[in-house]
Write a protein that binds this ligand. Sequence first.
Ligand SMILES: Nc1ncnc2c1ncn2[C@@H]1O[C@H](COP(=O)(O)OP(=O)(O)OP(=O)(O)O)[C@@H](O)[C@H]1O
Length: 235
Amino acid sequence: MSAFPTPAPLDLVDVTLEYPDGTGTTTALDRVNLTAHAGQLVSLVGPSGSGKSSLLATAATLVRPTSGQVLIDGTDTTGLKDKELTALRRSKIGIIFQQPNLLPSLTAAEQLIITDHLRGKPARAARDRAAGLLDVVGLSASARKLPHQLSGGQRQRVNIARALMGSPKVLLVDEPTAALDHERSEAIVRLLRQVTTDFSVATVMVTHDTEFLPLTDAVATMRDGRLTAPVLAGA
Ligand SMILES: Nc1ncnc2c1ncn2[C@@H]1O[C@H](COP(=O)(O)OP(=O)(O)OP(=O)(O)O)[C@@H](O)[C@H]1O
């Protein structure tokens, strides 16, 4: 019996993704199976072009697979309309890209508050939640700073806090440390480790930083669109 509660926040079942490619197709994902449980941080590694970004985009429901199923918190997304997918994504999935993509004219706190505004949540609750999350990522003192007044690591922390605003079940993270030095990279992976546990999210993180893999629970490797079963980190 599994020690994890069901349903898993993220479950990819036999997912295949083909892109049209001139006369034929490129198979970016080839019958991929991946389950990520609440509180679990799974890292995804593999050479360039092996399908890591395709996997994240499919898990994020931004791209529909050619075949197979993407289940988010037990909901099979296969038959959902675009509007339903958008609603599901807003309520269940947090996405963290390599570059924080913060809005230049908004303070750190406002970057978070605006996402709740888009969800139609009350402003007061949004302000409180934003303050709490900025505290979690160690940025309380920088709540009023604009993106250009923050360091790269601090901007990535705002990005992480923003992704948590909607209380997601799933966090999808694409190379969060690509633009950071060693020390800041380690701090960001440790923070992702902490929020994955504390907020009980299922996190999948694409990374090239093999030295930080032991901080994660499991490592899955992509090769030519195929995914190996996740193995315990450090095993
Ligand atoms: N929009 C697209 N149209 C056509 N082919 C694509 C598209 N996106 C990705 N591919 C192809 O799908 C395969 C997987 O690409 P993907 O970007 O997922 O790999 P990756 O492992 O994320 O690479 P990297 O580490 O370089 O970011 C590659 O062969 C790529 O050329």
